[in-house]
Design a protein around this ligand. Structure first.
Ligand code: GTP
Ligand code: MG
Length: 307
């Protein structure tokens, strides 16, 4: 259990002894805000939550609540779900499956292109393998583009995954042009009527001008339908900063938060969509096995914390 969930449990137990009045509401909201902050929710979001919570509960001594432990979750749930929900949620699996059954030949001629990016070691390559595994199981034809031609071992790493999962891979030579590898993979997918191309890229920081220029070149050449940032839940608040920094420079269509299983605090994802002005979290990485990639549901996530 994450320390956020544990903390919320303890908090609710404590405020169950609080009679509902203005003074106690203020005290409890402040405690709730501190609990969020200590579990990697950004200061900005924690403040926003406490502001909205105070406004919603003000003057409400509703008889239907016996104490604050009943009242706070009811309002906090709505506020938090709203904060982590994107304006337009996307279900990429559904979109891919729909395309597969589309009758138009034109749609089938062009594969859907997914580009993965993020800083070093966040879990891009592993997440791509998991994503390919999900798609493969659904009978979707996938081509991987090993566009990390930079880090030694990266080509072999993706190759091993492609073999295990049973999908085609287009590789490149170390030091060669990443964009060209992506281009070749898309050309291959078109020729073979594959449904999806997933491009793996080398890790980079959003502040690295040269590598961001290279990323923009990959984007120009591959024209991805979905550009997906992978951030690591263990990075806590820094995952939010990374998402914010990348989203300033590049149009992101989705975010995947990896290593949720290893993250003790569990609050990192609450600030991400807010910080990127609405980029949806698509999946959570929950382990090192191929099956460990779960679609993200804001409602379920919050309901589970504020039970
Ligand atoms: N526990 C856990 N480990 C993960 C998860 N996702 C990835 N990892 C591990 O994180 C480490 C780095 O994963 P990679 O997929 O190589 O990361 P990357 O972003 O491709 O790294 P670079 O290409 O070097 O930038 C590996 O040991 C993975 O097994 C996850 O959801 N949970
Ligand atoms: Mg990698």
């Amino acid at each position: 259990m994450s320390s956020l969930k544990k903390g919320v449990n303890g908090f609710l137990q404590k405020v169950s002894t609080y009679e509902i009045n203005e003074k106690n509401i203020k005290k409890a909201v402040k405690e709730f805000r501190d609990l969020l902050i200590s579990n990697d929710v950004s200061l900005e979001v924690a403040k926003q939550v406490s502001k909205e919570l105070t406004a919603k509960m003000k003057g409400k001594r509703a008889k239907r609540f016996s104490d604050l432990s009943k009242m706070i979750p009811e309002f906090a749930k709505l506020i938090l779900i709203n904060i982590i929900s994107p304006e337009t949620p996307i279900d990429v699996i559904k979109i891919i499956e729909k395309r597969k059954t589309a009758s138009s030949q034109d749609i089938k001629k062009k594969p859907l292109v997914f580009l993965f990016l993020g800083i070093n070691g966040t879990g891009k390559t592993t997440t791509i393998a998991k994503f390919a595994y999900i798609l493969k199981k659904k009978g979707i034809r996938v081509v991987l583009a090993a566009s990390d031609t930079f880090r030694s071992g990266a080509q072999e790493q993706l190759k091993i995954h492609a073999e295990k999962v049973g999908v085609k891979i287009i590789s490149g030579k170390y030091g060669s042009d990443s964009a060209a590898v992506a281009y070749d993979a898309i050309a291959h997918a078109k020729a073979k009527f594959a449904d999806v191309v997933i491009i793996d890229t080398s890790g980079r920081m959003a502040v690295n001008r040269d590598l961001m220029e290279e990323m923009k070149k990959i984007i120009r050449v591959s024209n991805p339908d979905y550009t997906i940032l992978v951030v690591d839940a263990l990075a806590g608040n820094d995952a939010t900063s990374q998402a914010k920094d990348f989203s300033k420079d590049i149009t992101l269509n989705g975010i995947i938060l990896s290593k949720m299983d290893a993250d003790a605090r569990g609050g990192a994802l609450i600030s991400i969509t807010y910080a990127t002005q609405g980029v949806p979290i698509l999946f959570l990485g929950t382990g090192q096995k191929y099956k460990d990639l779960e679609p993200f549901s804001p409602k379920e996530f919050i309901a589970n914390i504020l039970k």
